[in-house]
Design a protein around this ligand. Sequence first.
Ligand SMILES: Cc1cc2nc3c(=O)[nH]c(=O)nc-3n(C[C@H](O)[C@H](O)[C@H](O)COP(=O)(O)OP(=O)(O)OC[C@H]3O[C@@H](n4cnc5c(N)ncnc54)[C@H](O)[C@@H]3O)c2cc1C
Length: 171
Amino acid sequence: MPSSTKIENIDLLIIGAGPAGLAAAVEAQRGGISNLLVVEKGPSHSQMIRTYYKEGKRVDAQYAGVEALCFGILCLRDGNRESYLAMMDYVIESSQIPVRYNTEIWSLAAAPGADAFDVSAASGLRYLAKFVIVAIGKMGRPRQPDYYRHWMAPTSWWLAVATARRNMPKC
Ligand SMILES: Cc1cc2nc3c(=O)[nH]c(=O)nc-3n(C[C@H](O)[C@H](O)[C@H](O)COP(=O)(O)OP(=O)(O)OC[C@H]3O[C@@H](n4cnc5c(N)ncnc54)[C@H](O)[C@@H]3O)c2cc1C
């Protein structure tokens, strides 16, 4: 790695600015975690919804037979694609959730000797994060073989998620 690579220290790094990542960010922020960052590979939030929902598509809070009880701050109401996107625009702006777009995460591993995760983006940015929430959705990447193996390394992704969950402070 070039010595000029910039490393940012973050308390909570959330990967993916879809509904799950943004809801986690709002909850964490209200819980008092201020040094947090959401990183999103697309140029705007909710890429999956922008890509796969047709214009005007109805969005149901209770979806696919699952009763979604909301215990948190961000509760989805019945609406459509556009009302959902507008609500998330409002949430990001009014809560001042820091979201870094065009930042695709490629690897995540326990940082040797540090009580943190070493997270690298395709852009070359690196983060040292105390906690990580992976919210890349079912269609999230990496899935491609050339870097898939990095994510499946013994000290990587799943361990990171498990550790982050275990250590997450009660807010
Ligand atoms: C056609 C269709 C209709 C649906 N209708 C409904 C409905 O009416 N009601 C309902 O409740 N649910 C509906 N769903 C399901 C709902 O869309 C998903 O459950 C929801 O989007 C999942 O949210 P998420 O945040 O977990 O993941 P996603 O919405 O997939 O968001 C993940 C985000 O992570 C980003 N990302 C991925 N990989 C990386 C990476 N390596 N680095 C950085 N960022 C990354 C993506 O760009 C994306 O923005 C529907 C789904 C589909 C496909």
